[in-house]
Design a protein around this ligand. Structure first.
Ligand SMILES: Nc1ncnc2c1ncn2[C@@H]1O[C@H](COP(=O)(O)OP(=O)(O)OP(=O)(O)O)[C@@H](O)[C@H]1O
Ligand SMILES: [Mg+2]
Length: 498
């Protein structure tokens, strides 16, 4: 059973709606009954009756497909099939259109081709890329049956849960089948129907922006602008004019009126990203706008009503920022009427693997060689690793592996995660170092990068922790300078205490 209520309107920023992939990981008896049935799809412009009769006699339930759209209609994405594709019956021009049909993950294809067509590069490529085997025509019906049985047997070994997760996933979709993601999708649908402010909290790279876009695209405002502002990226002295705009002559160089980002979102959704990085001065004017629903452009006297739905996000721990006086509590309560917590990748179980396959599928053309999937070592490492950088890190590692892999399967070493497999050989020093890095990473994650707490957990000083973070490459370069200053100011000695 798949959710079919996907919405796919394109947003004004060019972001296509990310349909929520709600594929269920468990399938029922209907599926099992179908799998026992030995389904076969015979894809040919001119199917041969004698072959069809023979296959039926051999116990196959045969479906005939003459065109790619027949294939799309006939083939269920969650049930295994044997497939026979008669490439000699398609013209050279038609071959390109076959690729989508041949790419179906649960069809084990056997190609039929006349000897002359086997010389064509496109025919050879399709066979090499998508078929278990091929036969030169004319071929004996018994041999076709034998090879179809073999291909069918192989395809029934496929991990069906994985395919179910992949089946409904397009390029820009939000992937998720685990309970935490299903809960997230339900929440997105619920909050989309209201105008209340939404606050999205989550570690870096968990999909906060994707969630904000998903809410907008499912809301009644979907045909109006979605305006994203990265509060951390705009220099402080420009922030006011960026947010609220200015009138001509407001300051030297203001030669004409400029509409601010808040005003340009009128009627739509305003996404305040990295809200935790908003300087205190700007927090006051944002709060005023949220209370009154009106703005004033710099240098202007007119008060302008602006109707926006506000979504904000941060990876910073705002509760502790409020305690430290770096974030206004009254602003937080305005922003956080509804709260969404993005689950970290390491808490998504099988979804990590499904996402890895999704990313591989999306980027595999980055490599000239044909990569078929992940080796068992890679799958093992994917599940053992902690993913501090979440989905963004997974994307980066898989993309790198696609380029680096020398075989047909991506291994743990291509993902740079060899130390997370059992099979690796490692010196004791390497093992110690890897364990130290893991312990530091998880303490930092537990305490959302609050160094004092993480250091206490680890039984070392903050200065030592900071130094070790440097040697393990765990320092955020942007925050390095600031944190280094804090570490020096902390009054702690520079003695290593571990
Ligand atoms: N569930 C998901 N399915 C597919 N792709 C995802 C999913 N979640 C995140 N991504 C992808 O991961 C990347 C990071 O997502 P996004 O930018 O939304 O994260 P973020 O939480 O805003 O990160 P940051 O804190 O670094 O700004 C994007 O390329 C996004 O498309
Ligand atoms: Mg983001």
């Amino acid at each position: 059973m798949r959710d079919t209520s996907h919405l796919t309107a394109a947003g004004p920023l060019g972001a296509s709606a990310p349909p929520l992939s709600l594929a269920h990981s468990k399938r029922g008896s209907e599926h099992e009954r179908q799998a026992d049935e030995r389904l076969l799809v015979y894809f040919s412009r001119a199917p041969e009756d004698a072959l069809v009769d023979h296959l039926k006699l051999c116990g196959w339930t045969v479906s005939l497909a003459r065109t790619p759209s027949d294939c799309a209609r006939l083939i269920r994405p969650d049930v295994p099939y044997a497939g026979i594709v008669d490439l000699s019956r398609f013209t050279a021009r038609e071959l390109a259109a076959l690729e989508t049909s041949l790419r179906q993950p649960l069809v084990g294809w056997v190609a039929l081709a006349s000897p002359d067509r086997l010389d064509e590069p496109d025919v050879r490529r399709l066979i090499r890329s998508y078929c278990f085997d091929y036969l030169r025509l004319p071929a004996a019906a018994q041999t076709v049956d034998y090879l179809a049985g073999h291909a069918f047997g192989m395809v029934t070994l496929t991990d069906l849960d994985l395919v179910a997760g992949m089946a409904s996933v397009g390029d820009d979709e939000m992937v998720g089948t685990c309970d935490a993601m299903q809960q997230l999708f339900r929440t997105i649908r619920k909050v989309a129907n209201t105008d209340a402010a939404v606050f999205i909290s989550g570690e870096s790279g968990t999909g906060k922006e994707l969630t904000a876009v998903a809410i907008h695209e499912r809301s009644p405002r979907r045909n109006q602008p979605f305006v994203a502002i990265n509060c951390g990226a705009i220099p402080h002295h420009l922030l006011q004019s960026e947010l609220f705009g200015y009138e001509r002559g407001a300051f030297t160089g203001a030669n004409q009126r400029k509409i601010g980002r808040v005003e340009s979102a009128n009627g739509g959704t305003l996404f305040l990203d990295e809200i935790g990085d908003l300087p205190l001065e700007s927090q006051a004017s944002l709060l005023r706008f949220l209370q009154e629903g009106r703005i004033e452009r710099l240098g202007g006297r007119e008060s302008i009503a602006v109707d926006v739905r506000v979504i904000s996000a941060t990876h910073v721990d705002l509760e502790s920022a409020m305690r430290d006086g770096r974030f206004r509590a009254d602003l937080f309560h305005r922003l956080c009427v509804l709260r969404i917590d993005e689950p970290p990748l390491r808490a998504r179980g099988k979804d990590i693997e499904i996402l890895a396959h999704h990313i591989l599928h999306k980027f595999k053309t980055d490599s000239a060689r044909r990569i078929r999937g992940f080796a068992p070592s890679a799958i093992e490492a994917i599940h053992k690793y902690n993913w501090p950088g979440n989905v963004r890190e997974l994307i980066n590692r898989v993309r790198r592996a696609i380029v680096m892999a020398e075989g047909k399967l991506i291994g743990a070493d291509d993902l740079d995660l060899a130390q997370f497999t059992e099979q690796q050989t490692m010196t004791l020093a390497q093992a110690r170092e890897a364990a130290e890095k893991r312990a530091i990473e998880s303490a930092l994650l537990r305490h959302r990068h609050r160094l004092n707490e993480a250091a206490t957990d680890l039984g070392i000083s903050r200065v030592t922790l900071y130094r070790l973070m440097g040697s393990h490459g765990l320092r955020d370069p942007a925050a390095s300078e600031e944190k280094a200053g804090e570490a020096d100011d902390s009054g702690e000695g520079k003695t290593a205490t571990e």
